[in-house]
Design a protein around this ligand. Structure first.
Ligand code: NAP
Length: 288
């Protein structure tokens, strides 16, 4: 730790490993008791190399945790109707417990229509309207994996959120927006910032908790971090650079996620944990 560093690093890698180990133990127990292990269906439209790599990574992590995966690779020419048919089929297949539609699916696909074809009880990536509404009402359901990972990190470091001002920079459907809703459900006072926000720096300076979910390298400067604030950097930009200027934020924050090794590893871990929970629910196995 340098002389001026105030922040403790939040270890997403370690927490994710513990979460995956728990999911693997539950999967093993489930398979012993029911003869069936959890199964995640992964659906990929087209051959985008980055998307294909993400799916391969997710399937490899599933295999290591004792979760089966079934991959459905569809040609780039697949129509929305064909994709919806495939997802309806998986939603009704009793041997599939979770469904992951890798996105973006391509400009010709109506992604919202495709997501809605995923049965809510199999929506382990938390992409359906049903899942978003359930999360917003604090009802049981699956959350979008990255925000779910962020909340688990905050809890692991005993961050008290009630009454705190949380500033979420970014409002995407999979990250910023659900992150803000989850923080609100925990009684934080939430401000959303986005590309049309005026004077982002002034808002960040007021934050007890900052969630950076933008996709702009080092957009959040240390000088704007309130001393003692908790900084969650969900950004992942080329060169392993986050959305927060990490070096300068280290001298102001009390807790901060590194990039890599902070939020990133939590996303897949939550996907695996939610897949196991979905299987447990569908197979009628008690799961805590
Ligand atoms: P996105 O869909 O592109 O959304 C970016 C958001 O940032 C939008 O809401 C946008 O505002 C806002 N924004 C853009 N420029 C801004 C600016 N100058 N000031 C304030 N807000 C601005 O991105 P995303 O999918 O949410 O991803 C965000 C980042 O998180 C990326 O770096 C991505 O790689 C990373 N990510 C990481 C994980 C993980 O597992 N660790 C998972 C998902 C994403 P508008 O809504 O007004 O356009």
């Amino acid at each position: 730790m340098s002389a001026t560093q105030t922040a403790q690093l939040m270890d997403g890698t370690g927490l994710a490993a513990r979460l995956v180990a728990e999911a693997a133990a539950t999967a093993a127990e489930m398979s012993r008791r029911t003869g069936t292990s959890p199964c995640l269906a992964t659906v990929l439209v087209g051959e985008d190399p980055a998307s294909a790599t993400y799916v391969r990574m997710k399937r490899a992590r599933c295999a290591k945790a004792g979760i089966r995966s079934r991959h459905i690779g569809l040609p780039a020419t697949t129509t929305t109707a064909e994709l919806v048919d495939t997802l309806n089929g998986l939603s009704g297949d009793p041997d599939v417990h979770g469904i992951l539609l890798q996105h973006p699916c391509g400009p010709h696909i109506d992604e919202r229509a495709a997501f809605e074809a995923i049965a809510p009880e199999k929506d382990v990536d938390g992409v359906t309207t049903h899942s978003f509404a359930a999360m917003s009402f604090a009802l049981p359901g699956f959350v979008s994996c990255t925000p779910g990972g962020i909340m688990r990190l905050l809890d692991a470091y005993d961050v008290d959120l009630a009454g705190k001002h949380a500033v979420v920079v970014g409002r995407s459907a999979i990250l910023g927006k659900p992150a803000g809703m989850l923080l609100l459900a925990r009684d934080a006072t939430v401000t959303y910032c986005h590309s049309r926000t005026r004077d982002l720096s002034a808002l960040v300076r007021e934050a007890d908790v900052v969630v950076a979910a933008v996709g702009r390298p080092r957009l959040i400067r240390g000088e704007d971090v309130k001393p003692g604030a908790v900084v969650i950097d969900a950004g992942y930009n080329p060169g392993n650079v986050g959305d927060v200027d990490h070096e300068s934020a280290l001298t102001r924050a009390s807790l901060i996620t590194p990039v890599p090794g902070g939020v990133g590893p939590m996303t897949i871990a939550v996907l695996l944990a939610q897949t196991v929970a979905a299987a447990a629910h569908q197979l009628g196995v008690r799961h805590d």
